[in-house]
Design a protein around this ligand. Structure first.
Ligand code: SF4
Length: 358
């Protein structure tokens, strides 16, 4: 199916900010972020997840298919995002739902269908890749914490062993694969402890994958997002981040996704999927959420997917996630989970996070 960016290009008359809001509100678009399991095969040292829920039940899988059926007649664009836990731990569920959605999109003449998998890649084999490509799941976001020992220090499997060599071999397998429209985003985590290691990683990425346009880069500073391991997590100071990002961009120059020097007025402002009415998260237990980070926050538990594909939604909680659209505040739209100090007078429109209620 066609490329989403090209397919959704809007009339040139809108400025970037209005265009970003138009996309967030487009009724012919639906993005579902699905958690086929909330279990993971790794135990990363900074992970904020509690791994409380296991595999999606057969009933929830059917409910997701029914939700897709209900929405399809009005859709031109359907995207699936796969998240966890580690979604490839439950790759059978992923293939089942994506295969169903692809068939139904073809039957209904939907213009675009595709998917993105956020994965640690340890379970991605060439056989599985072939099956994923066959159901239009061709975009991967794969995290790396450094070069070999740097990665293995934080990203270990359940037995405590490092995973770098496995993941690096998967990346080479992706490079050698025959699929021209793969999109592999290498998400490089920036932390105080891995400055030297990510430089080495960047040099090796450039040498191995820099000439393949299917590979892109996403530089991401690790934040302390709570969870059971929050006491052991350190984040880079804001001033340090800029210097490291600039240095990494130099080492990786020419690759997709690096920060560029365009003036802010020419860039589309970020609108997080959590702020978009046409984006929903379905957790493994069928609960509906908006944000993939604050799973333990009560205001992120906004409702339930029913078996018939309809949604029971707590509208009072929804107001929190959509308030940035109401005020056209791009600070809030970029990350609606937090309540800004200047929103203090908007208490009626904002649901406090649990810690603030207590
Ligand atoms: S609301 Fe903020 S924390 Fe949640 S997914 Fe969006 S950007 Fe991330």
């Amino acid at each position: 199916m066609s490329n989403l960016a090209a397919a959704t290009e809007a009339p040139g008359s809108l400025d970037p900010a209005s265009l970003a809001i138009a996309h967030a509100l487009a009724p012919n678009t639906l993005s579902l972020i699905l958690l086929p399991t909330e279990k993971c095969n790794l135990r990363c040292s900074y992970c904020y997840e509690t791994f409380e829920h296991g595999r999606m039940s057969d009933e929830t899988i059917q409910a997701v298919k029914n939700l897709i059926d209900l929405r399809l007649p009005k859709l031109d664009y359907l995207t699936l995002g796969w998240f966890g836990g580690e979604p490839l731990v439950a790759s059978d569920i992923l293939l089942d739902i994506a295969g169903y959605a692809l068939r139904r999109c073809r039957e209904e003449g939907v213009q675009y269908f595709g998917g993105e998998i956020t994965t640690n890649a340890a379970l991605l084999t060439s056989d599985l890749l072939e099956k994923l490509v066959a159901v239009e799941q061709k975009k991967f976001q794969i995290s790396l914490d450094g070069w070999r020992e740097g990665h293995d220090r934080t990203r270990r499997n359940g037995a405590g062993a490092g995973t770098f060599d496995t993941v690096w071999n998967v990346l080479k397998m992706l490079r050698e694969s025959p699929y021209p429209d793969l999109d592999v985003i290498l998400r490089i985590h920036l932390m105080p402890e891995n400055r030297d290691s990510i430089r080495e990683l960047a040099r090796n990425i450039k040498a191995e994958f820099g000439a393949d346009p299917r590979f892109g880069i996403y530089l991401k500073a690790i934040e302390n997002l709570g969870g059971p391991q929050s006491g052991a997590i350190t984040s880079l100071e804001h001033a340090e981040r800029g210097a490291i990002v600039t240095e990494m961009a130099g080492l990786l120059s020419g690759m997709r996704g690096l920060p560029d020097a365009k003036p802010a007025s020419d860039k589309a402002p970020k609108v997080c999927y959590a702020a978009k009415p046409n984006n929903l998260i379905v957790r493994a237990n069928g609960r509906i959420a908006k944000c993939t980070v604050a799973f333990e926050d009560a205001k992120n538990d906004i409702g339930q997917l029913r078996l018939d594909g309809t949604l029971q939604i707590d509208n009072a909680k929804l107001v929190h996630w959509f308030r940035g659209l109401h005020s056209r505040d791009f600070g809030i739209l970029a990350c609606p989970v937090w309540i800004r100090p200047y929103e203090a007078n908007s208490a009626k429109r904002v649901i406090p996070i649990a810690a603030e209620v207590a």
